[in-house]
Design a protein around this ligand. Sequence first.
Ligand SMILES: Cc1cc2nc3c(=O)[nH]c(=O)nc-3n(C[C@H](O)[C@H](O)[C@H](O)COP(=O)(O)OP(=O)(O)OC[C@H]3O[C@@H](n4cnc5c(N)ncnc54)[C@H](O)[C@@H]3O)c2cc1C
Length: 469
Amino acid sequence: MRNASRNYIKTASWLRVLTSLLLSRISCLSSQCIWLRSPTSPPAVKDKYLPEILRTDGETAICGTWATERHSGSDIGGTVTTAFRQDDGSYRLQGHNWFTSAFGFKKFMGIKTARAAEAPTGGKGLGLYLVPSHIDDDWAVGNNLDIKHLKRKLGTRGLPTVEVDLQGALAYEIVPAGQGLKAMMTALGCSRAHNAMGAAGVMRRAYMESLCWAGNRETFGKKLIERPMVQKRILDIAVQWMAGSALAFEAARSFDDAAKDSRKEPWMRIVTALAKFRTAEQAVWCAQKALELVGGNGYTEDYATARQFRDAMVLPVWEGPEQIQALELMRMIAGDEPGDRLFLEKIASVRDPLPAAMNGENINLSALASTMERSFKKMRAESQKVELVADEFLHKMSDVLTYALLCEEAAWIYENKNDGTKLLICRAYHAHVWPGEFAAPSFSPGALLRHFNHIVQSEPIPPGPGSNW
Ligand SMILES: Cc1cc2nc3c(=O)[nH]c(=O)nc-3n(C[C@H](O)[C@H](O)[C@H](O)COP(=O)(O)OP(=O)(O)OC[C@H]3O[C@@H](n4cnc5c(N)ncnc54)[C@H](O)[C@@H]3O)c2cc1C
């Protein structure tokens, strides 16, 4: 585990969500304490606390990311908690944290952004501090952390979230003043990729719940799963799940790539913002539709779908809501960073090697890339007004990238496994996102619906000649 790639760790996140979003959340939070390994972290602090996070004997210390204060979780530069240096090199933190999850375990710690006393205002004055729950070696003497309020939440109730006052809490500086905001943003980037993977897990679970229910429930003398409208809805969920998974895995992969080559960081930041936003939206939609398919039972706490829906609702909120992802995206595509070029290069790298059977997808990607290229140029020309359109770029770029990633997967499976499943999913995604002109409903079932049984049984769909197989 110590040497596992982040991609692997995030995949594990996905698997954990199949049981509960909260399990994935805990591992996500703990992975942030990797900042303990930063070169600026004092060796004694590293030696004492890192093994506590990595131990696997049931005594692991759980970690949290403490960045949100009363004024805002988005505007971390406004942090008011202050760090006072002590003679022995440790610090005492005076202030608060407004949202503090994973608090109250037997052993826990948080990484907290705080302003060193007399450091400048704004993000420039922030450092990053490790705050242990206990101050002695035996984890018996509590730190000066005072719970003010246990949040009463819509969901994620299995994971307590509190408002906490730090009343001269013992802390250790792990990233010095001036670099803390950047470090926290990097940590949040990692959480956002976890969030995307967790969202993909939520979608997969929604798909499974729908499928299991529809396969057993009978109304009007027939199983729900035999009804075309139910089949269509299950396929809608499957399409979103596979699309969201493609995006989440791209985000996870981008972390590994950036860890090996820092020139890949801009792409990591772009895809993370797109994936955090889009997969969260998809997960809420899938969880809601699964609940509806289970019907009144699905709305009750007797069935899993109610809790899954409530839990999923947090995905678009924490780790930075939509507008914050849009602003992050703008930093990458509208400023000095060449994110717009990287985006177009990615689309071209998917499009160019597509097999002949995917000529339609080739044409679609070319058209989408041209529109994006024109939009990027316009945005560069109107760079003072990017806040007016940042959310629209977030939406459009996440749609285009998701479609491109589905094309990439579809091509690989088509060519290597002679399986057209992903191609059908890819086409359904395109039709869903860009439906075209309003037209009368078709009375012949679409390709995806015709292959419903193959898809839900995870059986390959051998592609036939032409496009109508
Ligand atoms: C269940 C739960 C657990 C949490 N656990 C933790 C935790 O353990 N640690 C922690 O630090 N935080 C935690 N949070 C806090 C979470 O990260 C924040 O709620 C989130 O980052 C948003 O911050 P905020 O709530 O202060 O909203 P605000 O920052 O006030 O934002 C409110 C709205 O305004 C929008 N907005 C903000 N600024 C702009 C702008 N410049 N332009 C356009 N729109 C803008 C936002 O997108 C959002 O929609 C948790 C939250 C929840 C719900």
